[in-house]
Design a protein around this ligand. Sequence first.
Ligand code: ATP
Ligand code: MG
Length: 565
Amino acid sequence: LKPPCRTFHGHPRLLVSDVHSQYESVRRGEQEIPKYFNFASDVLDKWSEIEKAGKRPTNSAFWWISGNGEEVKWSFEELGFLSRKVANVLTKVCGLQKGDRVILVLPRIPEWWLVNVACIRAGIVLIPGTSQLSAKDILYRLQASKAKCIITNDTLAPAVDSVASECQFLKNKLMVSKGSREGWLNFNELYKNQPADHSCVKTMIQDSMIIFFTSGTTGSPKMTEHSQGSLGFRPLLCERYWLDVAPSNIVWGITDTGWIVTSLTSVFDAWALGSCVFVHQLPQIESSVILNTLCTFPIDTMISAPTLYRMLVQTDLSSYKFMNLKHCMSGGEPLNPEVIDQWKSKTGLDIYEVYGQTEAGIICSISRGMKIKPGSMGKAAPPFDVQVVDKNANILPPGQQGEIAIRSKPVRPLGLFTEYVDNPKKTTESERGDFYITGDRATMDEDGYFWFIGRDDDIIISSGYRIGPFEVESALIEHPAVAETAVVSSPDPLRGEVVKAFVVLSDAFSSSDCESLARDLQEHVKKTTAPYKYPRKVEFVQELPKTITGKIKRNELRAKEWGQM
Ligand code: ATP
Ligand code: MG
């Protein structure tokens, strides 16, 4: 079968590559999804062959900078060579076998990517964690996951040692460091001395590949299991993918290594499409560093969370000229239309929103070439059938509020997690009728665009009205005094609960008179949205509580309001 050369909104598609063409009949539904699949041998090694045959642009597969002048560039071949050595460390030195679990807690350094690929080669289940974990978080993760090995750096090694005696399953500790530490194997020395031949294990498409802990925005992080197929094969299954890039593209995902978004943007999706993954170590996320990087390197596609864009638009952008940036995406939290407007007026670029979850990767998206409706998170991302449903899992018509759900029966779609590990109760609770229920509320319009209202438990019910915090926050952020805001419910003797806004002021307004400013903000919301939604209470704060991944913890603010903390 010779696949047709496709174009997608004038953008040359990539389906012409061998990696994709071999699955053309699967995409057309003429052939079953393959039984065996391994992202390293079936995708990365294929790209390496294509590269060798001179059929891929002379573009690195991986491009890393430290910010202090250090730089690493790997082709797919080099990535293969080095990751095989690391696979040998894990299997031969550490004795890990297919199905064993490894926790990986490293900042954005090249070794993180090598361990990712090495685990896939060896069939070892990877559990990424963010470098901001405390000893208590590490203990929770080691115990819950029964991981046999942890890989981290010298910054976090003492925290691991302080809890290791309570982790009976932990056998090996590997440290990515120039120095040494008692009880730890030195990753760097070991892997340099390993042979580069390793034969990739044969994995079934539904074999466990990665377990992510959710962000824990609303409670303890949940272990969410993804298979080789759900992360590795999904990008090959879809023609119109949320990340619409080609081998010539350079993709910069500015997110934490513990978060699924990094795995999508900077491992599976970008590499499935043969693109270059760009990484800046970014020990601290500072506007000037981000902006200078965009001016110095030919990055064309950038993905981050709204917090980052909110931070960047507070900066004077007039002195920055981006080298090649063309496509900006945002996900993980609602993106306020005001931020889209400001970014557009200051940079000339649009922000394309995606909506997703640890459980399902990208669920909705505005893909390149699609019309942007500011405030909407786009349409269902293939292969998902996404609907808005009611309490009984009935599909609601356009315009009606309900819960966002993904059809999971009769066939569970590739992309959706396998289960919450060791938690069949939570797994069952997430299903209703033929659907997996996301726990987020939205409406869908006539064109199939989804409009986020809020997490189910963030909805405020005041005098009988249901109010989603996002709409009020978006109204508030239009006001020049507001840099960031979170809206939650607060107790009220008369109305039961009322809308309360926590506001972080922009620098120019930091010394304003609070009382009159609060009144201004209330008037502003009354004017820009239905008046009953205005915040009856306004509190000015220095910062908002956030998860490690930068999400606003409304539940924490709400608990304080209700005296539960
Ligand atoms: P936990 O499940 O442990 O409470 P969490 O839900 O924050 O944590 P993630 O899986 O990282 O963990 O986040 C997914 C959630 O983030 C979604 O369910 C949704 O509430 C929110 N989200 C993601 N993208 C968007 C978006 N574009 N617009 C609005 N909300 C979004
Ligand atoms: Mg969640």
